[in-house]
Design a protein around this ligand. Structure first.
Ligand code: XMP
Length: 326
């Protein structure tokens, strides 16, 4: 049976052995998985680790601040933030295919890290230690769904597994590769990471980029970011965080629907609420949210986000639908 303390001890020993005295970079995404894998590696090797947070412009509201302030305070990790919004949005311009989006985002992530690696190598010349390793928060379900498990098909290429470029210049450290989400959360708590981060909804590596159906633009991201923040706020206020696994808000950016507001006809965009209940994201059921909560979210989004004039609810389980729309 499963014991968080012994997994931590085992991983710390394994990481120390794998790394030696080399330097390590960690991919911090703001999500639970990378937060825990980074804290675990930090526990093992301390300041040999540099955590890198890429602000790719696809983040949720307040996410960067939470990482830069709360996470750093609780773990003591060395953090570098890379400003990469321009680069990411530039590469995503005109792209609508979901797999292509994922591959671009995955590739740019790695490029951002390699840039940091070069910078760190320059700084580290004095002590002569190479920067050889990259930490990834890959979980067991990611491995299985990307075809890493025995005899499974590639369902979606998760950016932290399938989307890696061929010329990858790092060795990977993936301390969560055999674990499920609830186990990872427990490890995070035992490592002292605040509940606000450990208890967070899962958020995909490609971020809001795969929750905009259609081309990803700065304007669309701003619209979705506001709607997403409202939905999260109301779900928390209603005390539903424990009940739902996650609730993606999806912007149907290429769809317009007619509405009426004041004396005027509007021609805005619909969003989809996708609340799901799940144990491990491999299967999921749609959460029967209280009508009161749905009404409140719908009213607030349509009142506060000018471009959205319709809120819809996704009532499909997984399978046949996946949790994310792309
Ligand atoms: P799906 O949509 O495949 O999602 O049912 C299952 C879980 O994985 C998350 N997800 C991702 N996580 N990179 C990630 O790190 C990705 O590319 C990715 N795509 C989906 C999703 O939010 C859900 O929790």
């Amino acid at each position: 049976d499963w014991n968080s303390g012994s997994v931590i001890e085992e991983q710390i020993a394994r990481i120390r052995e794998q790394v030696g005295s080399a330097r390590v970079i960690s991919a911090l995404s703001g999500g639970v998985d990378s937060a825990v894998s980074t804290a675990l590696v930090h526990r093992a090797i301390g300041d040999q680790l540099t955590a890198v947070f890429v602000d790719h412009g696809l983040l949720r509201k307040g996410e960067r601040e939470q990482v830069e302030n709360d996470y750093v305070e609780s773990t003591g990790v060395n953090l570098i933030t890379v400003e990469a919004e321009e680069t990411f949005l530039g590469h995503l311009a005109g792209v609508t295919d979901p797999e292509t989006k994922r591959k671009i985002i995955g590739r740019e992530f790695i490029r951002a890290f390699e840039q940091v690696q070069r910078d760190l190598v320059d700084q580290a010349k004095a002590d002569g230690e190479p920067v050889k390793f990259l930490v990834q928060g890959t979980l067991y379900p990611d491995v299985v769904e990307s075809g890493g498990g025995a005899g499974t098909a590639n369902i979606k290429s998760h950016h932290n597994v399938g989307g890696l470029p061929e010329d990858l210049d790092f060795e990977l450290i993936e301390p969560l590769r055999t674990l499920f989400k609830d186990e990872v959360r427990q490890i995070g708590r035992d490592l002292g990471i605040p509940e606000a981060i450990v208890g967070r909804q899962p958020f995909p590596g490609p971020g809001l980029g795969i929750r905009i159906i259609g081309e990803v633009t700065r304007e669309r991201l701003e619209i979705l970011r506001e709607a997403d923040a409202i939905a999260r706020e109301e779900l928390t206020a209603a005390g539903l965080d424990k009940e739902i696994w996650q609730c993606p808000v999806v912007l149907l950016a290429d769809v317009r629907s007619v509405g009426v507001q004041g004396d005027g006809r509007t021609y805005g965009h619909p969003v989809v609420l996708r609340p799901v209940s799940s144990e491990d994201a491999m299967t999921a059921d749609w959460t029967r949210l209280p009508y009161e909560t749905l009404a409140k979210i719908s009213n607030r989004i349509t009142n506060e986000v000018r471009e959205i004039n319709r809120v819809t609810l996704d009532v499909t389980s997984k399978p046949p639908a996946t949790i994310e729309w792309e």
